[in-house]
Design a protein around this ligand. Structure first.
Ligand SMILES: [Zn+2]
Length: 175
């Protein structure tokens, strides 16, 4: 009986420890606002800025969201602009869709950059194909020119050979 009770206690503590570790990992390695993981920002960062820390401090600074909510509650709603009215209505309806879950400006920028690089690569391959085609044209033209010169040279040399042959035949006949 004691062993069953101690087993249940150990299992329960093990589960609690696992849950706490998961919670700490979420706090440390995920953005509170968008929920994106640390490693995604570090991969997309160009090295000039520390991706995840920079994201937490500038783009998704969670306290700014709290200040904004407090500001909307404090300010008279008749002075709200379009965006403030929109967010205020969402907050009153308990709708959190105005917060960018799963989206971050830096990551969208990274996708744009990848798209740009893909387009540049495509353009450079098109340029390469054009250059190769042009080179082939030049090579064909040079081959044609060489062939013409060869033909011209053969036409020039054959009559002289013929003349030489005739000349040698005449000289043989004279002898
Ligand atoms: Zn974020």
């Amino acid at each position: 009986m004691v062993s069953i009770a101690s087993g249940i206690i150990i299992d329960t503590f093990g589960q609690l420890r696992e849950d706490e570790n998961k919670m700490n990992s979420d706090i440390k390695d995920k953005c509170f606002i968008c929920g994106q993981e640390n490693i995604i920002f570090e991969r997309s960062s160009d090295g000039s800025s520390s991706g995840f820390k920079n994201h937490l401090k500038q783009n998704h600074y969670m306290w700014n969201y709290l200040y904004y909510i407090a500001y909307l509650q404090w300010k008279d709603s008749q002075y709200f602009s379009g965006i403030k009215s929109y967010v205020n209505k969402k907050i009153k309806d308990k709708d959190m869709s105005w917060i960018s879950f799963g989206r971050a400006r830096e990551l969208v920028k990274g996708e744009d950059e990848q798209e740009k690089q893909a387009k540049q690569m495509e353009q450079s391959s098109v340029n390469l194909v054009q250059q190769l085609t042009h080179s082939n044209d030049i090579i064909s033209a040079l081959k044609e020119k060489k062939e013409k010169k060869k033909q011209h040279f053969l036409q020039q040399t054959q009559p002289t050979q013929h003349k030489e042959q005739i000349g040698s035949q005449q000289s043989m006949a004279l002898l």
